[in-house]
Write a protein that binds this ligand. Structure first.
Ligand code: LLP
Length: 421
């Protein structure tokens, strides 16, 4: 459920009519709903209660400071994967003890930053990383709390580019080698083992792969405890999928996911951490765009929008589907016709949808891409020298621009022409 609904024939974000935002900030823009973010965060906290838990929002999915500030003030932790994300979480007021640091290639500078600034734990992904972290911690006179990310060799049954839990993927250490790696970690002077981490992929639409992975983690917890390790926390990753269409999709609900967690690892007495991104932010955001032209092509009509693949890359990159709806609700009984929905970027891959049924559209009409809150704005680029588009946050009947559209002057000023040219 989200808070983007038609009211009096006009698509609203909570109580704000989208044409009003478009008139103020111009198009295209991203628009997020505070109420949807809140609701989705609470679905997880309720699903995990009464287990001791921390929901660490995967800020790679949506990293605007205002969004992080809002989730942080609800009590959320943050899952970060770079110095930039760590600094964002801190700038949004999230204390270090609620931040977990994931990622296969943390640099020593990033380790130093997080150790000095405060961190709940590092989710370590390899032996070289583990040794580097120990050295950095010792050099700072600190002890780094760690989990080790294990790769359970489970097929997440999702798009191959976002599956991470198979043995051929670059993530984690093979679960079969966990005992020897934990033994080495325990012997390193700068580390303190606090738990186990696992994350098998994103946009999972079945629970079975989670169940397989979490059962393996439960067995490993017992084994490692028998070896003398203090396994107090289990970080179970993110990945729960969302419905991208209104009609036929019914991915598992957070309540089912919570019940699964209780069933598989609830008896171990561990604090549970999860790292959801998409389920919190995905349906909390839309991308609003305007029709520049309707072009009649050979046997097809093109809807040419002012948004392009540089603003929302998921369709070109993963063949992802996003529902596209007119901002002005079509009258009941209006016939739909197929459009190829494209952007202005100079390559054929700049196609959002082919043969998408929509009511007859004309220049100037507004459309909204649904489910664009996660991996939308954060994956945008300035390809074709198109400025990054603004982000707007709605709460009730008011909205604020939470990232302004840069001016061309600002963009051009970032480049330097050397004096010897
Ligand atoms: N934790 C770790 C260690 C991750 O790598 C990810 C996502 C998450 C948590 C959050 O997963 P989520 O709950 O959002 O599924 N750009 C792609 C998705 C990439 C996901 C990468 N890792 C897309 O647009 O579909």
């Amino acid at each position: 459920m989200d808070h983007f609904l038609y009211r009096d024939g006009i698509l609203h974000a909570e109580d704000v009519a989208l044409p009003d935002i478009a008139a103020t900030v111009g198009t295209p823009f991203y628009c997020y709903s505070t109420a949807t973010l809140t609701r989705h965060y609470h679905l997880f906290t309720e699903a995990l209660s009464p287990l001791p838990h921390l929901v660490c929002f995967a800020i790679k999915s949506l990293s605007n400071l205002a969004v992080l500030k809002h989730l942080g003030s609800l009590g959320a932790g943050m899952d970060v994967v770079s110095a930039g994300e760590y600094l964002r979480a801190r700038a949004a007021g999230v204390p270090g003890e609620r931040i977990v640091f994931s990622g296969v290639g943390k640099t020593r500078e990033e380790m130093r930053l997080a150790l000095e600034g405060g961190i709940r734990q590092f989710n370590v992904e390899s032996e070289p990383e583990m040794r580097a972290l120990s050295e950095v911690a010792v050099s700072l006179g600190k002890i780094a709390p760690i989990t080790i990310r294990v790769n359970p060799d489970v097929d997440a049954k999702t798009h191959e580019k976002i599956a991470t839990g198979k043995s051929e993927n670059k993530f984690g250490i093979p679960i079969a080698r966990a005992r020897e790696v934990y033994a080495e970690a325990a012997a390193l002077p700068g580390l303190r083992v606090v738990g186990i981490d696992v994350h098998i992929g994103s946009q999972l639409t079945e629970l079975a792969p989670f169940e397989q992975a979490y059962r393996k983690v439960a067995a490993l917890t017992e084994t490692l405890r028998a070896d003398g390790h203090a396994i107090e926390r289990l970080d179970l990753g993110g990945g729960l999928g969302i419905p991208y269409t209104r009609s036929n999709e019914a991915p598992p609900l957070p309540t089912d996911y919570g019940a699964l967690i209780k069933r598989t690892v609830g008896h171990l007495g561990c604090e549970i951490e999860i790292e959801p991104g998409r389920l919190i932010s995905g349906n909390a955001g839309i991308l609003v765009s305007r029709v520049i032209y309707v072009k009649h092509g050979e046997g097809r009509d093109f809807l040419i929008l002012d948004a392009a693949m540089n603003d929302l890359v998921r369709p070109s990159m993963y063949g992802a589907h996003h529902d596209i709806v007119p901002v002005i609700e079509p009258a009941a009984g209006t016939e739909a016709q197929p459009y190829d929905v494209v952007g202005p970027v100079c390559e054929t891959g700049d196609t959002f949808a082919k043969g998408r049924p929509l009511p007859a559209m004309v220049e100037g009409d507004l459309v909204a891409f649904r489910s664009a809150g996660a991996y939308g704005a954060v994956m945008a680029s300035e390809y074709n020298s198109r400025p990054l588009i603004p982000e707007v946050l709605v709460k009730g009947d008011h909205f604020a621009v939470i990232r302004a559209r840069p001016t061309f002057d600002e963009i051009l000023r970032r480049d330097t022409i050397p004096e010897w040219l």
